[in-house]
Design a protein around this ligand. Structure first.
Ligand code: THU
Length: 133
């Protein structure tokens, strides 16, 4: 399954739309439905409108009705790990647990694993249970 996750991330990375930064990123998720969802970064001429690979993969997952990230991998375009940006850490946390593995892979295939809690300690969580109908 890990090999399939890596392959899905690398395949997504090939489709990255990153003409401005030329920094091509791929991501892939194993979700609670047992399926793999992938995504790439999608930049825009209006720079702030660009979307990270992680956000694309999360969008693909949610669109298909899955609700939980079991593992996520992010593939960088170079020999350094591409750690998720702050916004993506929050986006991942929305659909994951504190101990959910976040795998980083370089263009050489080297991997390291961290967790959601390590990337985003003291994550903001909306108190949904306290809401009145
Ligand atoms: N990027 C990602 O897709 N994921 C990350 O974790 C960090 C950065 C993208 C955003 C932008 O398209 C490009 O990389 C350069 O920052």
């Amino acid at each position: 399954m890990l090999q399939q996750l890596k392959t899905a991330a690398v395949n997504a990375q090939k489709n990255a739309h990153a003409p401005y930064s030329k920094f091509y990123v791929g991501a892939a998720i194993i979700a609670n439905d047992g399926k793999i969802y992938n995504g790439c970064n999608v930049e825009n001429a209006a720079y702030p409108l660009g979307q990270c690979a992680e956000a694309s993969a999360i969008g693909a997952m949610v669109t298909q009705g899955a609700t939980q990230i079991q593992q996520i991998i992010v593939v960088s375009p170079n020999a350094e790990y591409c750690y998720p940006c702050g916004g993506c850490r929050q986006k991942i946390a929305e659909f994951a647990q504190a101990d959910t593995p976040v795998i980083l892979m370089t263009s050489e295939g080297e991997c390291t694993t961290t967790t959601v809690a390590e990337l985003l300690p003291h994550a903001y969580v909306f108190p949904l249970d306290d809401q009145q109908d």
